[in-house]
Write a protein that binds this ligand. Structure first.
Ligand code: D5M
Ligand code: FE
Ligand code: ZN
Length: 496
């Protein structure tokens, strides 16, 4: 013990103070972690008072007690030997997205949509059943009644009676397609405007083809990659710091849970394996995001909201790596892909090596497991305008995006897409985990080898959500085991 104390005494001397002999004996009674907190708080307090030279027992005790009552130290730091993930090095590999290349004024969105078509055409052609697809130009030279597969972007989708009509384009021309088989129509109704698909059709007239089958780009059914280490990621989003409806109390409960403060052994065991915290956007509530938002803010400037968010993140135990992408409430451009939250708002994040700020969307390998994180603004469009979809079940909407291999297929609805030369929203690499937020409703599902997580929120229902009849799941976090891919639902409302 006294050997360990020596390094702390050096710290005191380097700070310009002396330790009294009785304080030396007093400190020996505590584990090193506690003694260190005591000395650090005593130095901090002594620095505020230029007359003090000697740190005695009563001064140290008073400084420590003071620190314990401050909000920034509400949480007991866990004993490091209890934390399994402390012994495992972090392993984050950044997989992109590609670098942003703005489209030129002249070509505008033409380049963007060409890139989308080409990327999805190449994904579709990797499928055995879409490989022999022909171009629209080639169809024009075929006789009527020919059966063909072809790949196109859906520019229009409309129903007439029980039939569904699609207008589709490839790089040269457009065609009309008609779906009448009820099964095919049901499948076709899930197609998102501007999505790229393959259709197996019969040439009916010179302008119209009849669709027998729709082939989505989709993902292959193969086993996902697994971590060699028994570590977990906690998945959350939509914290909305600065909102009147932000549930700071639930967030502090979460920090306590991460600090192994749960009474249940199984919870402490799970918490001890958390190595990552992944926040899929809407860290703050922002300012002026919607009309009259100012009436619903507890913190009225963006920089103070981020200051508060920084304070909360600093409370997360040190051994946990934090990954943050922006959402539509954060202080970055609204069109996606969104750049990381900028330095000017959270210098401290950029200086903390364990806090990683990335773009929305962002793809990472965590211990070899491919994780795609996206805020999910496009779910507003998918869930509100696709038959059978519902805000209450966001994971079905995420599944549609995964099958479409695109994170925001529809242009011109409520999701602004940045005019760039390349479409960086195509899901080129198949994720093992797809994590989206935005809807504020927690729901998970497995689709083929991929785990889908729609994360909850730390914001209570807002008046807007009440009008929209959206009942948020506030204070629910998903814990994803990177080794077994098992999901656990942590409901902080149940945990005292
Ligand atoms: O989104 C919070 C919730 O509000 C989420 O469930 C989506 C819903 N929302 C937000 N904007 C819209 C629009 N324009 N249409 C439909 N639903 C919407 P947040 O990003 O936190 O404000
Ligand atoms: Fe949100
Ligand atoms: Zn959002």
């Amino acid at each position: 013990m006294s050997l360990e104390l020596n390094s702390l005494i050096i710290k005191i001397i380097e700070a310009g103070y002396q330790l009294s002999p009785e304080a030396y004996i007093f400190l020996q009674k505590f584990p090193k972690e506690i003694a260190e907190i005591m000395i650090t708080s005593a130095i901090e307090e002594a620095n505020k008072n230029s007359d003090r030279l000697v740190l005695d027992q009563s001064f140290i005790e008073a400084a420590y007690n003071l620190k314990q009552t401050k909000p920034s130290a509400r949480v007991r730091k866990p004993r490091s030997q209890e934390i399994l993930s402390n012994k495992i090095a972090s392993n984050i590999q950044y997989l992109g997205i590609e670098k942003s290349v703005p489209a030129s004024d002249v070509t505008g969105f033409t380049d963007y949509f060409r890139s989308r078509y080409e990327k999805l055409d190449s994904i579709l052609r990797k499928r055995i059943d879409a490989r022999e697809s022909v171009t629209f130009e080639r169809i024009s030279n075929l006789p009527l009644k020919s059966q063909v597969k072809t790949i196109g972007m859906v520019t229009q989708k409309r129903t007439r009676g029980s039939r569904l009509f699609l207008e589709m384009e490839d790089l040269d021309r457009s065609y009309s397609f008609m779906l009448s088989n009820p099964e095919v129509v049901r499948n076709g109704l899930q197609i998102q405007p501007d999505q790229v698909i393959c259709v197996d059709s019969v040439k009916y007239t010179e302008d119209l083809l009849i669709v027998n089958n729709i082939i989505w780009p989709d993902i292959p059914d193969k086993p996902p990659s697994r971590s060699q280490d028994p570590v977990c990621a906690a998945l959350l989003s939509d914290i909305h710091v600065g909102s009147n409806f932000f549930r700071e109390d639930l967030f502090y409960r979460f920090i306590e849970w991460l600090n192994l403060e749960s009474d249940e052994r199984s919870h402490r065991e799970l918490a001890s394996r958390i190595k990552y915290l992944v926040i899929a956007g809407d860290l703050i509530d922002g300012v002026g995001v919607y009309p009259d938002q100012i009436d619903e803010l507890s913190i009225s400037t963006i920089s103070e909201q981020y200051d508060e968010a920084v304070k909360l993140m600093k409370e997360i135990p040190d051994h946990i790596e934090i990954i943050i992408i922006p959402g539509n409430h954060d202080a970055v451009r609204k069109s996606i892909p969104q750049p990381p939250i900028p330095k000017k708002y959270c210098q401290d994040f950029y200086e903390a090596p364990r806090i990683n700020l990335y773009e929305n969307p962002c793809q990472l390998a965590l211990h070899g497991v491919n994780v795609l994180v996206c805020h999910g603004k496009s779910l507003d469009d998918v869930l509100s305008s696709t038959p059978g979809q519902d805000f209450q079940y966001p994971s079905n909407g995420i599944e549609v995006l995964l099958r479409a291999r695109h994170l925001a297929p529809s242009y011109g609805q409520s999701t602004p897409i940045a005019p760039e030369s390349f479409d960086r929203l195509v899901i080129e690499r198949v994720p093992d985990l797809l994590h989206m937020g935005h809807v504020h409703i927690h729901e998970t599902k497995k689709y083929k080898g991929t785990t889908i997580v729609a994360s909850g929120t730390f914001q209570d229902q807002t008046p807007f959500q009440k009008r929209m009849k959206i009942a948020p799941t506030t204070g629910v976090v998903s814990i994803f085991d990177l080794q077994t891919h098992k999901l656990s639902r942590l409901d902080l409302r149940d945990y005292e």
